[in-house]
Design a protein around this ligand. Structure first.
Ligand code: IPD
Ligand code: CA
Ligand code: CA
Length: 266
């Protein structure tokens, strides 16, 4: 891998350390799945355990950096210059059901811009990473977005809505419009991996509403460095951590955007 900033080295090391206990926890799930109590509580403690390892590792090097995490919230709030954005397990529902489609996701932000990031699926042993100006990688191989130009031939991913969503009808009608105009739609349950899969050409595009910044922070730089395009729509300036994302190979970006805005493609 040709990435060598101190931040990417730190993130990679923290991910490798946290993944050891995460892999052990994943092994436990199968037993708990069939127990009376079920794996629910165990999974939320696995989430917290993973996050603690990540925070401890990153803080050892930079105790002063800001951190935004899913489980703990914000640490060192006043430092908005250097921040880690962490989701310890993205794809918790998959993890809970023994489905190996989940990842640790960590982005590093400097002056409001994501400079590097790692998305690591420890079960598949797939580490997606990127650093501004130095390309994106899957393990040791350089990755690039797909070359597809026609939305009709595209494989698109999405996610949601949550059961509690107040805009379910809107999300379902977008889904219908997109699925009527593309080759097929997938819903794999990890936003971080969905973006990473666009970056390496497995998907041609991905859109989703009602995400949080930690779901996709690392994905932003990985996709950009792989030649893709990412864009956030209908942003609410009062809720900067809430995101609606459109992430594509860049060729089909405008076409997917039109479909989300309810126009059929001729
Ligand atoms: C979730 C996953 C999922 C997406 C949800 C997210 P979590 O994150 O990324 O794919 O549809 O909106 O909240 O809860 O597994 O970290
Ligand atoms: Ca998440
Ligand atoms: Ca999570």
């Amino acid at each position: 891998m040709r990435l060598n900033s101190p931040q990417i080295n730190l993130i990679t090391k923290a991910c490798m350390k946290a993944s050891r206990s995460l892999i052990r926890d994943f092994g436990e799930i199968e037993n708990l799945q069939v127990s009376e109590k079920g794996p629910g509580d165990f999974v939320s403690s696995a989430d917290k355990r993973t996050e603690k390892i990540l925070i401890d590792e990153l803080q050892k090097a930079h105790p002063e950096y800001g951190i935004i995490t899913e489980e703990t919230g914000t640490i060192n709030k006043s430092n908005v210059k250097n921040r880690w954005i962490i989701d310890p397990i993205d794809g918790t529902m998959n993890f809970l059901n023994s489905i190996p489609q989940f990842a640790i996701s960590i982005g590093y932000e400097e002056d409001g811009e994501i400079k590097c990031g790692v998305i690591f699926n420890p079960i598949m042993n797939e580490m997606f990473c990127a650093e501004k100006g130095n390309g994106a990688y899957l393990n040791n191989s350089r990755i690039r977005v797909s070359k597809k130009k026609k939305i009709k031939e595209a494989l698109i991913a999405t996610g949601g809505p949550r059961e509690t969503s107040k805009i379910k009808d809107k999300i379902f009608s977008e889904y219908i419009n997109v699925s009527n105009n593309v080759s097929n739609v997938r819903k794999f349950g990890s936003a971080a991996l969905d973006v990473a899969y666009v970056a390496c050409g497995r998907f041609d595009g991905y859109w989703q509403r009602e995400l949080n910044y930690w779901d996709i922070a690392a994905g932003i730089i990985i996709l950009k460095e792989a030649g893709g395009f990412v864009d956030f729509f209908e942003e609410d300036l009062n809720l900067p951590l809430k995101k609606n994302i459109l992430a594509t190979n860049s060729n089909i970006h405008d076409q997917l955007k039109e479909l989300i805005n309810k126009k059929d493609i001729e």
